[in-house]
Write a protein that binds this ligand. Structure first.
Ligand SMILES: O=P(O)(O)OC[C@H]1O[C@](O)(CO)[C@@H](O)[C@@H]1O
Length: 541
């Protein structure tokens, strides 16, 4: 059934490929209303894409035929849809408002979620008030979170996004095993006033544990045997946190049904809660829970995650565009593209279906991006005039946090640029228009000059507009992207919740380590790796 729908989509694309986007608006004055959808004060505009009602209906058929809704319900019900790890996928439980039971292996997980959240809130409040103090009784001024991947990107992204709400201790993040990261971060910090959170679901990740050991040595140099009192942990491995000398009441665990890249809603979000306080963190969770309800209840035609997903499938599988750019016109979403790279590419960068058989079409696209307007002065040249078509996803708030009237021009310019970019991508500039400009300027070699100034146009984009980047909106945005990734993965029939692709490199790094430490027999290594190791040793001699 779904193969017929894929074929119909391809045929429809073939028949309509050259149609200018501007014509779609000319043919349908209500196109904006009919190709946009809202959740409260959040608006998704996907009218500047080549989707028409025929394509959209076929894509809805595809959603139904591939069982997206059944898989969605199975996920929310706590069924073990992560088949290779035999795990439930229940990050949604972490942000759930109502305490209706959710069971995994016959056990209601909600009391545990509520209990951990209450412990986090007590700890965060204590730190913020100074009641939980450093060993000398003074309040902690700085918190360093050590983690990587899902134990870093979510809290980093959210801390930056919620900067206007940050009234707790200063936060710092260390992720890279490169000693430069921890050295530069600790430089200037006072161990006597610093709390370190070691965030690792497994408490075995080499980067995190290496950084944690270095932080501990740094702390011990000042605090000696009391260094452990300046540590907390977010981990499921309580035996390992105890061995690291972290008191059990400072360890916040989560269960195997929360994947790393989906974990910011629970204890991995502890640094965010410390920064902005439990009330704002609750609002973030509420935003996520609102999006969950919407995803479960809204009809397909109004369902934001489904709409974003079908646009993604259309661009990737039907139009053949291999990447998508995430372009927040929101400086505080600086790390959103990096966060989404893990969310999307670790979830959907897969080449086999759930049953292990090879996929016969492409899966997750390359995700990349930077905040506007900075990107405009860097890579937008390619987006407008390059040979690759890059579908763009703009995000922008209607209102800024900077209320000083003297600052108003900033947000006006930001919005103007965002809207201008999607318009320019769609509209383009014809040769005739370019020629008129060249003539007006009185340039020589008019034809050559005009050709350089042509914009092909018809380049697709979506815009996500929200009132203001507050904790609630951020929660909605992140859950929206999570569910979009879910829907796309379900359409491709893949398991979006494992990440076997990160394993081989980790194993080989462990095997190479002795060869980096000393010049040893490299006969088992390929010529390039052996050559590079030899050069490393020469350069270090
Ligand atoms: O929290 P941990 O166990 O240290 O894992 C960190 C990250 O490593 C990965 O397992 C693989 O890169 C991610 O999925 C995860 O977010």
């Amino acid at each position: 059934m779904s193969e017929q729908i894929w074929a119909a989509l391809q045929a429809h694309r073939k028949a309509t490929a050259g149609r200018p986007l501007m014509d779609l608006f000319a043919d349908d004055p209500d196109r904006f209303d009919r190709f946009s959808a809202r959740l409260e004060d959040m608006l998704l505009d996907y009218s500047k894409t080549s989707l028409d009602t025929t394509a959209r209906d076929l894509l809805f058929d595809l959603v139904r035929a591939t069982g997206v809704e059944t898989l969605r319900d199975a996920m929310f019900a706590g069924e073990k849809i992560n088949v290779t790890e035999d795990r439930a996928v229940l990050h949604t439980a972490l942000r759930r408002a109502e305490d209706r039971p959710v069971t995994v292996d016959g056990r209601n997980v909600m009391p545990g979620v509520a209990d951990t959240r209450a412990r986090m809130a007590r700890f965060a409040t204590g730190l913020r008030s100074g009641e939980i103090a450093a060993v000398d009784g003074r309040p902690f001024t700085d918190v360093v979170n050590i983690g990587i991947g899902g134990s870093d990107l979510g809290p980093v992204m959210a801390t930056l996004a919620l900067a206007p709400y940050h009234d707790g201790p200063r936060l710092h993040y260390v992720s890279n095993v490169d000693g430069a990261h921890i050295a530069d971060t600790l430089d200037g910090l006072d161990p006597a006033r610093t709390l370190v959170i070691v965030a690792s679901k497994t408490f075995t990740t080499i980067e995190t544990m290496t950084n944690a050991q270095s932080a501990k040595r740094w702390m011990e140099a000042t605090l000696g045997a009391r260094a452990g009192q300046h540590f907390a942990a977010v981990s499921s491995a309580t035996d390992r946190t105890a061995a690291f000398d972290i008191a059990p009441d400072r360890v916040f665990g989560f269960e195997d049904w929360v994947g790393g890249r989906y974990s910011v809603w629970g204890p991995i979000g502890l640094p965010v809660m410390i920064a902005v306080g439990p009330d704002h963190f609750e609002a973030f969770l509420r935003g996520g829970a609102e999006m969950d309800r919407h995803f479960q209840e809204a009809p397909l035609a109004e369902n934001l995650p489904v709409l974003m997903a079908i646009v993604g499938i259309w661009h990737n599988n039907i139009c053949g565009y291999p990447t998508r750019a995430v372009l927040p016109y929101d400086q505080r979403l600086l790390r959103l593209p990096a966060y989404l790279q893990q969310l999307d590419m670790e979830s959907n960068g897969k080449r086999v279906a759930r049953d292990g058989t090879p996929l016969d079409r492409s899966s997750g696209p390359v995700v990349w991006g930077e905040p506007g307007t900075n990107g405009q002065h860097a890579f937008y040249q390619l987006i407008h005039q390059g040979t690759e078509v890059v579908p763009c996803e703009f995000l922008v708030a209607a209102q800024a946090h900077e209320h000083d009237p003297a600052m108003a021009v900033h947000h006006t310019l930001l919005l103007s640029n965002c809207l201008a970019q999607s318009e320019a991508l769609m509209r383009g500039r014809s040769y005739e228009e370019a020629l008129a400009i060249v003539r007006e300027k009185g340039l020589e070699d008019e034809e050559m000059q005009a050709r350089h100034r042509v914009f092909p146009g018809n380049r697709p984009s979506t815009t996500l507009l929200y009132r203001v980047l507050d904790p609630l909106s951020l929660g909605r945005i992140i859950a929206l992207y999570e569910h979009r990734v879910f829907v796309e993965g379900a359409i491709w029939g893949i398991n979006s919740f494992d990440q076997w692709g990160v394993e081989l490199g980790k194993e080989l790094a462990t095997a190479i380590q002795p060869l980096v430490e000393a010049r040893l027999d490299m006969s088992g290594k390929d010529g390039s790796t052996a050559g590079l190791l030899g050069a490393v040793h020469d350069l270090r001699a």
